[in-house]
Design a protein around this ligand. Structure first.
Ligand code: HEC
Length: 292
């Protein structure tokens, strides 16, 4: 018996990881684990969950949710993790342990449930149907300076699609500028309206290109629709300042003092070099007398 008592601690030294996680089992009281997730797995709360996940969890749990973030945390991809009830995950998220912060005071209950829904979909995308094609129509209202996107199924029946998040952009020279709310969900009639922002500069005729996009949606494939509107202010490039000699002007419009200074420095440096060469030449010539 005594030898067994000695052997066990020695064996434990060989399996430090196993023994560590053994004592580290995170038990959740059964009544907490039995708590039911009140939210259905729907695009709206999946988007909420996805945003919270990338903002609050990725740092430690990694973008792939494998637990390999900046610190070693817990993987959400394992069977052990996924077999837990939503209630158990909820309890762990809300109370926290060791380096896992308690999110109870940071996130609302619905937000926590949304993250749990998102984690289920992230690991097992087949929970959702395969993404479908979508059709977008974009219409502008001159009266209210607003844009309305109308979303339907891509087939000939064209059923209006509600609760889809539309992203609005204005095309700029070096990319896209987003406008509207963070989320613009369509109504039951498949429509969502946003107002066009003030003070947008268009091209020399005031034209701007506006895009309505479906991006990274959980149910629909990416798609976009564009309209060109004359709602921007005119792009004016013939500013009087561009014709003056200024520091930010083009080469032919550089300030006179800068030209004198820069060319003066060049002339000075070259002058010294040429003066040295001239004197070397003279020294060589003077030396020839002795060689003869
Ligand atoms: C500061 C780092 C950090 C952040 C941020 C963080 N976690 Fe954790 N999390 C951990 C660590 C470390 C553990 C392991 C804790 C332990 O077992 O003692 C853990 C464990 C967990 C567990 C329990 C895993 C299991 O199987 O028992 C869940 C669930 C969890 N985290 C969810 C989240 C969610 C969701 C977020 C974002 C809202 C998040 N965590 C943010 C570090 C973090």
């Amino acid at each position: 018996m005594a030898t067994l008592k000695n052997i066990i601690p020695i064996l434990m030294l060989f399996f430090p990881v196993a023994t560590y996680s053994q004592k580290d089992v995170w038990t959740v009281p059964p009544e907490k684990a039995a708590k039911v997730n009140p939210l259905e797995i729907k695009p709206k709360n999946l988007t909420v969950g996805k945003n919270i996940f990338s903002r609050n969890c990725v740092a430690c749990h990694g973008a792939k949710a494998d637990g390999q973030g900046l610190i070693q945390s817990a993987s959400f991809l394992t069977d052990t993790f996924q077999k837990q009830t939503d209630g158990a995950i909820f309890h762990k998220m809300v109370t926290g342990r060791n380096k896992m912060p308690p999110f109870g005071s940071v996130l609302k209950d619905d937000e926590v449930w949304s993250v749990i829904n998102y984690l289920r979909v992230l690991v097992n995308p087949s929970v959702l149907p395969p993404p479908k094609d979508i059709r977008i129509e974009l219409a502008a209202s001159e009266e209210t300076h607003s844009l309305t996107a109308f979303l339907t199924t891509a087939d000939s029946v064209r059923v209006p699609l509600g609760e889809v998040d539309v992203h609005y952009y204005i095309k700029r020279d070096f990319g896209l500028m987003r406008f509207g709310e963070i989320s613009n969900y369509t109504s039951e009639k498949g429509k969502v309206t946003v107002s066009f922002p003030d003070g947008i500069i268009g091209d020399d005729q005031g034209n701007v290109t506006v895009l309505a996009r479906i991006e990274n949606d959980f149910l629909y494939k990416n798609n976009e629709s564009a309209v060109v509107l004359r709602w921007g202010s005119l792009l004016v490039t013939e500013d009087a300042k561009f014709n003056e000699r200024t520091l930010w002007g083009s080469r032919s419009k550089s300030p006179v003092w800068l030209l004198i200074l820069a060319n003066g420095i060049l002339a000075g440096v070259w002058g010294v070099i040429l003066y040295i060469l001239y004197n070397l030449f003279r020294i060589k010539k003077a030396g020839k007398i002795f060689i003869k």
